[in-house]
Design a protein around this ligand. Structure first.
Ligand SMILES: [Zn+2]
Length: 117
């Protein structure tokens, strides 16, 4: 059974995901490659406009948000052990755009450092 959400559709005529999805995927995977143990579980702010980032890896989502000009310019991605595929980046970017359009955000994970429950 196909479990893909509707956000996974339409990678484009060549089966290639958008520039921003591929750029976001490259950024996450490079951070993971650079320091697999150290960066696993940390956060990157990916700009929705073009899939770029500020080049930083943050300890928690609160910090990743705090250092952006506007929270809703970015989707906040936690680095996972298997990285981020362009397809998953595509889904995440489009889902986040829709959430922000609906004036909603992703729920924040708990953070002991900043007292987020
Ligand atoms: Zn925090």
């Amino acid at each position: 059974m196909n479990q893909d959400s509707h956000y996974a559709r339409d990678p484009g005529p060549l089966g290639i995901y958008s520039d921003e999805a591929r750029r976001a995927s490259d950024i996450i995977n490079l951070h993971l490659l650079a320091d697999p143990a150290g960066n696993n579980g940390r956060w990157v702010a990916i700009r929705l406009s073009d899939g770029s980032s500020d080049g930083n890896v943050y300890d928690c989502k609160c910090d990743a948000k705090r250092y952006q000009l506007h929270e809703k310019q970015c989707v906040y991605v936690q680095i996972q052990p298997n990285g981020l595929s362009a397809k998953d980046a595509h889904i995440l970017i489009n889902l986040t755009r829709d959430l922000y359009d609906a004036n909603r955000t992703m729920p924040d994970p708990p953070c002991q450092r900043h007292g987020v429950m």
